[in-house]
Design a binder for this molecule. Structure first.
Ligand code: NDP
Ligand code: 1BO
Length: 323
């Protein structure tokens, strides 16, 4: 009996990270960007068949309703809502103090839940409702970050959201947020994989007790970075008798970040969480950390850059010239 308790504690330690709030975030979550109508089935498979307990989504992915159906179907099989960690994100058109609660209420309704585990600022830019992509002149508005954060803090106090956090921030924007935050951001979600390690953001977050979730941990899709067929990743996968996907997810976990690989295929969903009970040896971990050509997949160019007008005239502007 005592042995069983110890075993389950060891397993839990591998499967969760503890946030500054004291809440726990599951180490591996299911990403849902570009999942479309398959999000429902993917969420159900992830929770019921593969043992995931963390679902990552966003208003901008247009799949809240499908995710909600998947969550509800999984809960009907006996999985408790309180054992599932649901993350979603406020889109840029909801980044004004008077829109935060509207964004939250829409998310709760579409996801069919009465609280969120984590609400993130998706990107730190305020866009006019219905803005084009990329935005036209006048569609990138001033951002009242302090006002937005205060509204998000209220949601925590009202138990509508358990944790709040950020995504796609720079060191400069993080410093600014920390200068007025009364409730610390628990999580910072950033693109991270061996092709874009983003060590400086990871270090800054660690220094401030902010947990990092690695997005696009496999290098993303549709014009992303093909890390699945990278020769270092393939070599290590073969050596350890794992798949390239598992090596990439495990690399993220061994850096102390959670990871949210996306797949709409049942077998891959299962494969991507097969990352517990083994380790990447130090020399192989370091080889992954040395993969050359560090480059973001998601630069923000197509989303935010207008070369002729507005505050974001280049990718460098999006990242505060820090890359
Ligand atoms: P990932 O790095 O998770 O890669 C997804 C791609 O890899 C898909 O094409 C998927 O195809 C494929 N794939 C999945 N598993 C395997 C496998 N085992 N072997 C081979 N190929 C595989 O990319 P994402 O960009 O989707 O990032 C993950 C999640 O992170 C997103 O879905 C989203 O939730 C979040 N995110 C957050 C962002 C933010 O701004 N905060 C930005 C980008 C992502 P298939 O589905 O066909 O299996
Ligand atoms: C469209 C938003 C980028 C992925 O999170």
């Amino acid at each position: 009996m005592a042995q069983a308790v110890v075993t389950s504690q060891v397993q839990d330690a591998e499967r969760y990270f503890t946030l500054v709030s004291g809440h726990r975030i599951p180490a591996v979550g299911l990403g849902t960007w570009r999942s479309g109508s398959r999000a429902n089935e993917s969420v159900f498979n992830a929770l019921v068949e593969a043992g995931y307990r963390h679902i990552d989504t966003a208003a901008e992915y247009g799949v809240h309703e499908e995710v909600g159906f998947g969550l509800q179907a999984a809960i009907k099989t006996g999985i408790r809502r309180e054992d599932i960690f649901v993350t979603t994100k406020l889109w840029c058109s909801d980044l004004s103090p008077n829109r935060v609660r509207i964004g939250l209420n829409n998310a709760l309704q579409e996801l069919q839940v009465d609280y969120l585990d984590l609400l993130l600022i998706h990107w730190p830019f305020h866009l006019k409702e219905g803005a084009s992509r990329p935005p036209k002149e006048g569609e990138v508005l001033d951002l009242d970050m302090e006002g937005v954060w205060r509204e998000m803090e209220k949601l925590v106090k009202e138990n509508l959201v358990r944790d709040i956090g950020i995504s796609n921030f720079t060191l400069k924007k993080l410093d600014n947020l920390l200068s007025f935050a009364q409730t610390m951001p628990s999580v910072c979600q950033m693109e991270m994989h061996p092709g874009w390690r983003n060590d400086k953001m990871l270090e800054a977050c660690k220094k401030n007790g902010i947990h990092v979730t690695a997005y696009s941990p496999l290098g993303s899709s549709e014009g992303g970075r093909d890390l699945i067929h990278n020769e270092t990743v393939e070599r290590i996968a073969k050596k350890l008798n794992k798949t390239p996907g598992q090596i990439l997810v495990k690399w993220a976990l061994q850096r102390g970040t959670s990871a949210i690989p996306k797949s709409t295929h049942k077998e891959r969903i299962k494969e991507n969480i097969g990352v517990f009970g083994w380790e990447i040896p130090v020399e192989d971990f370091q080889a992954l950390c040395r993969i050359p050509t560090q480059k973001r997949v998601l630069s923000g160019e197509e989303l935010f850059v207008n070369k002729e007008a507005g505050p974001l005239r280049s990718v460098a502007d999006v990242w505060d010239h820090e890359d």
